[in-house]
Write a protein that binds this ligand. Structure first.
Ligand SMILES: CC(=O)N[C@H]1[C@@H](OP(=O)(O)OP(=O)(O)OC[C@H]2O[C@@H](n3ccc(=O)[nH]c3=O)[C@H](O)[C@@H]2O)O[C@H](CO)[C@@H](O)[C@@H]1O[C@H](C)C(=O)N[C@@H](C)C(=O)N[C@@H](CCC(=O)O)C(=O)O
Ligand SMILES: Nc1ncnc2c1ncn2[C@@H]1O[C@H](COP(=O)(O)OP(=O)(O)OP(=O)(O)O)[C@@H](O)[C@H]1O
Length: 449
């Protein structure tokens, strides 16, 4: 079938309209005069929207419409963006311009595209109006998004430790994430997301495709949920390392995890305070912590070892879910194995993964990339190269790891090229840096360390 439009040849990307009724949000997009692409987000058992929350809800839904559009915009990256709402205020346009440029930087790099100067959401140019939305007096309870991996489970346990009222929430239909959410013992909330099926057809017909800032999409969905169900805070589990670029290309920082980074957290946190509710706090509970600090914390939570996984193959929308929670071949499997190893007895770690990834020479290139040895850091949610090197160095000093192929290779081939005084893990275990954790939740920060 010849598709009515060839997305790569389109000239305009339209944010056509949006609606909400009985728990279902419909987000509508189109290329040029082409067919409508409709994404639906389903909020279960929705309470009635109170009049005082309606304005805030509409503002959060509007942002969701614009942020979720990134999945469709990327298919054609047309030079012009049209929004049915009319020109946006500067703060909204600034957030969206930054998100589309930086959140699609990996997508652009891998597709040989340069989006700089190409993405410009229509803006009114009006000076900022009221700089603070009204307080909604939202209930003092927290949405804790669960991703199925170690980070969000550390965040959930920290909030439980301070007896904070919290709900484990996740977007999508992953049985693995559902199992992790249930295992927290917290109340749960599962929001469904149905992408426009036409997008998969456009992909099949050769549309541009690639990595998107999905954390921004999940964040926008949870902002709508917080107003709808009544939560005063959303506590993601994005680590300090997520702000570090993966590589630099033609003068542009390319960060696989940009919407997990602090720059986005700050922009969205401020935007929600000024456009949705002065008392709705968006933050990452793990912001001050490195990946190594988080894996050390996670190593104490043995109750999750038989359900969690960081392997992204588990989270595909299309196709069957893998039988094995850990593929053992991808950068996430490599990194989580390496980052947990210093903090777990070796037999315990091998029981989680079902095999010893560091005694498998076929995985050498994958681990080299984590160490930034002869390759750049992989385009995945992994810690900084220096963290990986500190973890590998720690293992190289442990008798039980000496004979394993990739540890022995590190000792003989890589370690002599490194400055061992820079390889201690301890500096990575201390919290540091800015965060947006609200005062009510700051005791949970200390519970992580
Ligand atoms: C699970 C995964 O890694 N998916 C990426 C993969 O998608 P694939 O084609 O293998 O299959 P599906 O996941 O079933 O997706 C089918 C197509 O649908 C489109 N799509 C999907 C979800 C969405 O939110 N938007 C979409 O446009 C897309 O065209 C898919 O091809 O490869 C895709 C192409 O490179 C990626 O776009 C898929 O990435 C997902 C959005 C995803 O959930 N990825 C997370 C694992 C992820 O990247 N997490 C990052 C967060 C980074 C951030 O800044 O937020 C991380 O863990 O660091
Ligand atoms: N399907 C989802 N629904 C809601 N939030 C999610 C979802 N997937 C990931 N997140 C959140 O987005 C952030 C980044 O996801 P990420 O996959 O890095 O975290 P994780 O799965 O908790 O840990 P890991 O790094 O071990 O995979 C986390 O805070 C997580 O809670």
């Amino acid at each position: 079938m010849t598709h009515p439009i060839q997305p790569r040849l389109t000239q305009v990307f339209h944010f056509v309209r949006r609606s909400y009724a009985d728990g279902v949000a419909e987000l509508v997009y189109a290329f040029d005069q082409g067919e409508e692409l409709i994404e639906r987000v389903r909020f279960p058992a929705p309470p009635a929207l109170t009049p005082e929350r309606k304005h805030a809800f509409d503002a959060a839904l509007k942002l969701l419409h614009y942020i979720a559009g990134v999945s469709y915009y990327k298919a054609g990256v047309p030079p012009k963006i049209e929004v049915a709402d009319g020109p946006l205020d500067d703060a909204t346009a600034d957030l969206l311009d930054a998100l589309y440029l930086h959140g699609l930087a990996e997508f652009a790099y891998r597709n040989g595209l340069d989006l700089r100067g190409r993405i410009a959401f229509p803006r009114s140019g009006e000076p900022p109006g009221k700089v603070e939305a009204s307080a909604l007096h939202l209930p003092k309870r927290t949405l804790v998004p669960i991703g199925g991996g170690k980070d969000s489970l550390v965040a959930a346990e920290a909030i439980k430790q301070i007896s904070g009222e919290a709900t484990a929430v996740w977007v999508g239909n992953s049985p693995l994430i559902a199992a992790c959410a249930e295992r927290t013992g917290l109340p749960t909330l599962n929001i469904q997301r149905e992408l426009a099926p036409e997008l998969f057809e456009l992909n099949r017909l050769g549309a541009w495709n690639g990595h998107i800032p999905v954390t921004a999409v999940n964040s926008a969905i949870l902002a709508v949920a917080a107003v709808l169900y009544g939560f005063d805070s959303i506590a993601f589990a994005n680590e300090r390392s997520a702000s570090a670029a993966t590589l630099e290309y033609e003068g542009q920082q390319v960060n696989h995890q940009w919407s997990k980074g602090y720059a986005f957290e700050r922009m969205l946190s401020d935007w929600l305070h000024t456009h949705v509710a002065a008392d709705l706090d968006y933050c990452s509970l793990l912001r001050p912590y490195s990946e190594l600090a988080i894996t050390r914390a996670f190593a104490k939570h043995t109750q999750y070892f038989d359900v969690f996984s960081s392997c992204n193959r588990n989270f595909k929308i299309l196709g069957p879910k893998p039988a094995d929670r850990w593929c053992g071949q991808c950068p996430k499997c490599h990194f989580v194995f390496l980052a947990l190893a210093p903090f777990l007895p070796k037999p315990r770690l091998l029981a989680i993964f079902g095999r010893n990834l560091l005694d498998d020479e076929s995985q050498a290139a994958g681990f080299d990339a984590l160490l930034e040895y002869r390759d750049h850091k992989p385009f995945e949610c992994v810690g900084e190269g220096a963290e990986a090197r500190a973890a590998m160095y720690t293992l190289s000093q442990r008798p039980e790891w000496q004979e394993d192929a990739l540890v022995a290779r590190f000792r003989s081939e890589i370690l002599p090229q490194l400055d061992a005084s820079q390889l201690a893990p301890e500096p990575w275990l201390q919290p540091s840096g800015e965060h947006r954790v609200p005062a009510r939740l700051q005791a949970a920060l200390a519970a992580i360390g």
